[in-house]
Design a protein around this ligand. Structure first.
Ligand SMILES: CCCCCCCCCC/C=C/CC(=O)SCCNC(=O)CCNC(=O)[C@H](O)C(C)(C)COP(=O)(O)OP(=O)(O)OC[C@H]1O[C@@H](n2cnc3c(N)ncnc32)[C@H](O)[C@@H]1OP(=O)(O)O
Length: 378
């Protein structure tokens, strides 16, 4: 969806026949839109698209796109929802809407435009630091609940490869802000041109496999410091971590069925081993969300700390552990994990193949549409 409606909205070709009394205002509004400093968001972009089409072409009379062509379907729905709104009214509404978004209406704190998935200049979606024998990899997209974009997957693979040979003793994942991470950025799949859906699913499957492989093969103790709610892939991956510390405000949620998807991160293998098949099914099939205490009782979490002392207690402890002899840490981890590696790689490959099919399913497409249109009440 974002691909087609990507800011600034430049795909809006003017129809000369539609320009009458307010031609100048309409033309000005179109130019003003290109100067906006802030991405107005999908909901507004859909409204602008619909109003533009209504103003220039009149009521929607093109065939409804197929369910799978969900980018064009969202646009069609937005236009069609305007019914028989007169062209002149649509033109005026378009001008008014652009005017409400104009720079003079924007607050001084607003930032330069960037597509939702792109890093803004000077910002880092993944922050990697090394100190006191600890390499810390932090999700840093708090305004999006640390949802993981395509480029973040690649950055994490790179960071894990670097951390595996740096001179730190342990590697720690955590999140900035109130969430640990809300998992896969769902717009990774809505930002796709209709004729590339299959290729995108294939590429996503390849990237996911490489991403999870990097965790399976990571040679040093891997610690998760779960500072808040965790959703989807960041939960499933925990089965590949060696230690998981959680704040008591953390939750653990794997809503794969709701999303028309299936488990990844080797959870279809690690979760039943960790908590038994019945409890694993409750999470991975039924999508039950666990509290930190419940996750700890099931063996997914090592220890839960009160939020008020969480950061202090955890980092004090980790700094002490990071002083332990690094070779010994590495060798002990190797002993615990090496027997499983081959199996884990096979499970990862299988999960990615299954997911590739799921991403092309109508159930998954519907779930993604629901997430996007949650903000597009047209
Ligand atoms: C070539 C293609 C490559 C693809 C890359 C590889 C793909 C690998 C896929 C691996 C599969 C993983 C499976 C999963 O991880 S499933 C889990 C997916 N996550 C979710 O379903 C969570 C969705 N989000 C929510 O339900 C809610 O946002 C929330 C997390 C419960 C928080 O709700 P709350 O009301 O507190 O806050 P908001 O909803 O207002 O959120 C604030 C803003 O953050 C945006 N947001 C949050 N989570 C995500 C997300 N996962 N993806 C995209 N955007 C997210 C939300 O839209 C708000 O944005 P806004 O301010 O612009 O409206």
């Amino acid at each position: 969806l974002l691909q087609v409606l990507r800011f600034p909205v430049v795909q809006l070709h003017m129809s000369r026949t539609a320009m009458r009394a307010s031609e100048k205002d309409f033309e000005n509004a179109r130019n003003q839109l290109k100067l906006l400093m802030k991405d107005p968001g999908n909901e507004v972009k859909l409204k602008l698209y619909a109003l533009y089409k209504q103003a220039t072409e009149g009521p929607c009379n093109t065939p409804k796109p197929s369910m799978l062509d969900f980018i064009n379907k969202a646009k069609w729905d937005a236009w069609n929802a305007l019914g028989s709104l007169p062209k002149e009214t649509a033109r005026q509404n378009y001008v008014d809407l652009v005017s409400s978004l104009s720079p003079s209406s924007e607050s001084s704190s607003q930032v330069k435009p960037a597509a939702a998935n792109e890093k803004q200049p000077g910002s880092e979606n993944i922050i990697v630091t090394s100190q006191d024998g600890i390499t810390k990899i932090m999700f840093n997209r708090p305004t999006k609940k640390n949802a993981i974009t395509t480029s973040m997957y690649k950055e994490i693979i790179h960071a894990l490869k670097a951390a595996s040979t740096d001179n730190s003793a342990i590697t720690v994942f955590t999140g900035n802000g109130d969430y640990y991470s809300s998992g896969n950025d769902l717009t990774n799949f809505t930002d796709v041109p209709p004729n590339s859906i299959e290729e995108t699913a294939k590429n996503a499957s390849i990237l996911l496999r490489e991403f999870v492989d990097a965790f399976i093969d990571f040679p040093k103790p891997l610690v998760a410091v779960i500072n808040g709610p965790a959703v989807g892939i960041v939960v499933t991956l925990l089965g590949l971590f060696d230690v998981v510390y959680a704040s008591d405000k953390a939750t653990f949620h794997t809503p794969f069925s709701e999303l028309g998807q299936s488990p990844e991160g080797c959870a279809s293998y690690t979760f039943p081993k960790i908590m038994g098949p019945a409890k694993a099914a409750e999470m991975l099939i039924l999508g039950k969300k666990l509290t930190a205490g419940e996750a700890c009782a099931r063996g997914l979490v090592t220890e839960v700390f009160p939020e008020s002392t969480f950061q202090k207690e955890v980092w004090t402890r980790l700094k002490a552990y990071a002083k332990l002899p690094t070779n010994s840490l590495r060798i002990s981890k190797e002993l615990i994990r090496s027997n499983e590696k081959e199996k884990l790689h096979a499970v990862n490959a299988e999960e990615c193949t299954v997911l590739q099919g799921r991403w092309l399913s109508e159930e998954c497409m519907n779930a993604l549409m629901n997430f996007v249109s949650r903000k597009s009440k047209l």
